[in-house]
Structures are given as structure tokens and as C-alpha cells.
Design a protein around this ligand. Structure first.
Ligand SMILES: NC(=[NH2+])NCCC[C@H](N)C(=O)O
Length: 404
């Protein structure tokens, strides 16, 4: 599989998803904020909604749907890799000395679950009775959970020039990117086809960037949100790698307001076809500053790039890159409904083909506006999935699409 994508809307051929699991049941009213949830979801209903979503993708596109848990089990048979991930997962609680102990007692599938759902002291004691966990209370996490894993969009990004492995900003999501990187760099189906653009080798603590901030504008241009989650230093490094690779000629840095409902660029707009963009109306006014990176020269193996501050709005950038641009506002521009639907990711639909999208059923004003324009809208149930504040695009990591 050629792990490069040259559009946001070519007919979907392969996608990676994660079915929400036990990690969701770790959320409580007290940790939900730290773990970036708005509420405490009901897992059974959430899984049903997610299964509906996955089946719909399979039925309507015939695309191959990879599941994170299965890929994890496949790569974790490599003990060295498992050791590395397990040790890292135990760092926060200061329990790295338990790494081999845990690996010796749990099957590979159980280790995969432990790495995503987390493990509490009392759960571990049931498996390993004479465990020394020092000061840790029975209900403390030995391994913290990763409830945001169903937002597979964020731990990496596939661009026309290769893959960006994220460096997650928020404490509660940091391990997600390492997990994805371990899979893509080791799984036989993928590893030969990874052209890694980021992190740059030798960077121990790379500046943060998250996949939701990366949008392919065209074969030659990529936009990256400078946001609550993505740092301008990361954008600089990614721009340099992308421009040096040669497929992409322009990288835009789009400055977003640092607000929860603008957390990533894909909360503000998505591209549905060669010339159709769905956007939250306020965003076009709020986003007023962009910078453009282009290649200056490559001399003696050194890459030199140029950054120009454009001081133009997001709309101007989109108009420049997308010919005959047609903009559709969420909720058809009605400010009250647009605001409500933006909170539940109205602009964050998932394009499975040109003018063919999957959208939350709750965003009915946006869905109606899309249909009026001739877009095929496939709705998915959204009572529980939406509680993590991410939409259909956030929940998918497309790996292959028909070329545009
Ligand atoms: N690509 C996206 N917009 N992802 C949404 C992620 C939501 C998640 N709860 C977070 O705060 O990180």
C-alpha cells in the first residue's frame, strides 16, 4: 500500500479505525476534563454507534477497514517492541520495574488491551498477587488509559509526500502517537511504504503536531493549523520535510484561535470535492493570519525554505488553492444552529468519495444544507460518539484513496 494521499475526498480504499473499548469506561466526572471529554459516555451505545459507522464505510465503499487492536496484536509479538511500549506506558506511575513481570503474565492480546485501556493496581494484583506497587493505592492507574484513541485522525497524518507521526500536545494523549508509529514502522503490510516526514531524527522531545491539524488542499498544497495542539516549530520542520520531498510545493500555516471548539484545523473546515468546502462560517472571519512556506533551494544537501507572512484570511487561501471554489456554511449559515452544530463537529464530516460524506445525524441543519447542494449524506448515530468532541473525520485515518 502506497502510504501517500493526494486528496481529502478520493474514493476511500483503506482506513484505520479504533472501536472504543474499556478505556472509555475509565472516564469519570473527575478525570474527564484531563482526558479531554465533555461527558462520561455510555460505552455499549458508543460501540453500537461505532459499529454502525464501520459497517457503513465497508458497505458503501468496499474499503478495507483496519482495526487498531488487531494491528497492535500483530506487531506486539515482537518482544522488544512490546517491552519498549510497556515500559513507556509504566513511566507515569513510576512502575517501569514491573515491565517484564507484566509481560510474563499477560498474553499479547491482554498486553494490547493494557496499553489502550490502562491497568489499575487492584486489577494487576488479581493477576500477580505478590506485586510490589509501593505507595500506589489500589484504584490508581499503573498504566493510564487512552480514551481518545477512537479519534484515529490525530496520532498521525498521511500527506502527498509521506507520513507525519504526531507529537501529541496534551498529557492524556501522548502515548497514542508512539503506538501508531510502532505499528507503521514494524507491521509487514506497511513498513516498506512509510516515508517518515516527522519527527525529524534525533529530536527527543519534538514540538507538538496533531493529525487533525493537517489538511491536504491539493496535490501540491497542504494546510497545517497553528492551534491549541500544533506548534509553529513543528510546522516549520514538517514544511521543510514536505518541500524537500518535492511532491508538495506550498505549505500553509493557518493560525487558529486557541479555543476548545477550534482545537484542530479540521474542526473548522473539510474538503468534500475538487471545488467544494464545508466550513463553520465564523471561522472564515476568525482566521485572519496565514503564512506560506515554499522551497528556496537545496544546496549541498541542505534544504532552505522561505516563510512569508500573508496576513490573509482562510477564505483567501482556499480560493487561491481550490479553483472554482464553492463554500458551504454549516447549518446553511444560520448563526444559532451553526454554533450548536459546531460544538458537535458539524464541519467535521468524513468524505468517502467526491460529494459523498458521512456525518453525525444530530447535525441536521448542516446535513440538509449539504443535500440541497447535491451532496450524498450518510448519517451515523451520534449521541455517545460526540461526547469526546470529535466528528467523523476525527475518527478515521484514511490510508488509501483513489487517485485524483
Ligand atoms: N481531529 C480532531 N478534531 N480530533 C478531535 C479530538 C478530540 C479529543 N477529545 C481531544 O481533545 O483531543
Amino acid at each position: 500500500m502506497n502510504l501517500r494521499l493526494n486528496s481529502e475526498f478520493g474514493t476511500l480504499k483503506a482506513v484505520l479505525m479504533h472501536r472504543p473499548g474499556k478505556e472509555i469506561d475509565r472516564l469519570t466526572p473527575y478525570n474527564k476534563e484531563y482526558l479531554l471529554f465533555e461527558d462520561v459516555p455510555y460505552l455499549d451505545a458508543m460501540q453500537k454507534e461505532h459499529d454502525f459507522f464501520t459497517d457503513l464505510i465497508k458497505q458503501t465503499t468496499g474499503a478495507q477497514v483496519f482495526r487498531l487492536h488487531e494491528l497492535m496484536i500483530q506487531v506486539l509479538s515482537d518482544e522488544k517492541l512490546l517491552f519498549q511500549l510497556m515500559r513507556q506506558a509504566l513511566t507515569k506511575s513510576g512502575m517501569t520495574h514491573l515491565t517484564e513481570h507484566i509481560m510474563g503474565r499477560l498474553s499479547t492480546a491482554e498486553c494490547a488491551t493494557a496499553l489502550t485501556a490502562g491497568v489499575k493496581v487492584h486489577e494487576l494484583k488479581r493477576k500477580i498477587p505478590n506485586l510490589s506497587t509501593g505507595e500506589l493505592m489500589d484504584y490508581a492507574f499503573v498504566i493510564p488509559p487512552s480514551p481518545n484513541l477512537y479519534f484515529q485522525r490525530d496520532p498521525m497524518a498521511v500527506t502527498p509526500g509521506g507520513i507525519i507521526f504526531s507529537s501529541m500536545k496534551m498529557d492524556g494523549r501522548q502515548r497514542e502517537a508512539d503506538l501508531l508509529r510502532s505499528i507503521f514502522e514494524n507491521h509487514p503490510d506497511f513498513k516498506e511504504n512509510v516515508n517518515k516526514l516527522y519527527p525529524v531524527n534525533g529530536h527527543d522531545n519534538p514540538p507538538s503536531i496533531e493529525g487533525g491539524d493537517v489538511i491536504v488542499l491539493s496535490k501540491k498544497a497542504v494546510a497545517i493549523g497553528n492551534s491549541e495542539r500544533t506548534d509553529e516549530k513543528a510546522i516549520y520542520h514538517v514544511a521543510k520535510a514536505l518541500l524537500a520531498e518535492g511532491t508538495v510545493e506550498r505549505v500553509y500555516e493557518v493560525h487558529l484561535p486557541q479555543k476548545r471548539n477550534y482545537m484542530h484545523l479540521d474542526t473548522v473546515f473539510t474538503i468534500l470535492d475538487e471545488n467544494l468546502v464545508l466550513t463553520y462560517p465564523d471561522a472564515l472571519n476568525a482566521v485572519l493570519q496565514t503564512s506560506l512556506y515554499t522551497l528556496k533551494e537545496i544546496k549541498d544537501d541542505k534544504v532552505h525554505i522561505k516563510r512569508e507572512v500573508l496576513n490573509v484570511s482562510l477564505l483567501t487561501v482556499l480560493e487561491k488553492e481550490i479553483p472554482y471554489l464553492e463554500i458551504l456554511h454549516t447549518a446553511d449559515g444560520n448563526p444559532d444552529y451553526a454554533m450548536r452544530e459546531q460544538w458537535f463537529d458539524g464541519a467535521n464530516v468524513f468524505a468517502i468519495g467526491p460529494r459523498r460524506v458521512i456525518s453525525y445525524n444530530r447535525n441536521k441543519h448542516t446535513n440538509r444544507a449539504l443535500r440541497n447542494l447535491g451532496v450524498e449524506v450518510l448519517e451515523i448515530p451520534s449521541s455517545e460518539l460526540s461526547r469526546g468532541l470529535g466528528g467523523p473525520r476525527c475518527m478515521t485515518m484514511p490510508l488509501s484513496r483513489a487517485k485524483i
